[in-house]
Ligand binder design. Structure first.
Ligand code: SF4
Ligand code: F3S
Ligand code: ZN
Length: 103
């Protein structure tokens, strides 16, 4: 599962589509965590797609991740500022790849 304390345990190493990327990143095998309020651990995501289907405000968009061992697409929190903290994505992800900081 994604580390809920990633903001303490990781460092921002990049920016992607307006959100932070928390390392370590070693492409293509290691992609880190994308987003902060809505955080997706790309190294855990296996492209189930439930988060894209269920998010009521379309926070997620697919991005390509060719060569990653888990999946060749990832759910990117492209519109994390639109999140309404419903926690549906956290509940439906089968591998607990998503953390939403609703505090
Ligand atoms: Fe979308 Fe709800 Fe997840 Fe926010 S908590 S990203 S609104 S499903
Ligand atoms: Fe990935 Fe979980 Fe969404 S596996 S596509 S973050 S439901
Ligand atoms: Zn991203």
């Amino acid at each position: 599962a994604i580390d809920a304390n990633f903001e303490q345990n990781r460092e921002i190493v990049d920016e992607h589509e307006g959100h932070d990327v928390w390392g370590p990143v070693e492409e293509p095998e290691q992609l880190g965590i994308h987003g902060t309020h809505v955080a997706v651990d790309f190294d855990i995501c296996l492209a189930d797609g439930a988060c894209l289907e269920d998010c009521p405000v379309d926070v997620f968009e697919w991005v390509d991740s060719p060569g990653h061992p888990e999946s060749e697409i990832k759910a990117d929190p492209a519109n994390e500022a639109q999140c309404i903290d419903c926690m549906l994505c956290v509940d439906v992800c089968p591998v607990d790849a998503i953390d939403v900081d609703a505090g």
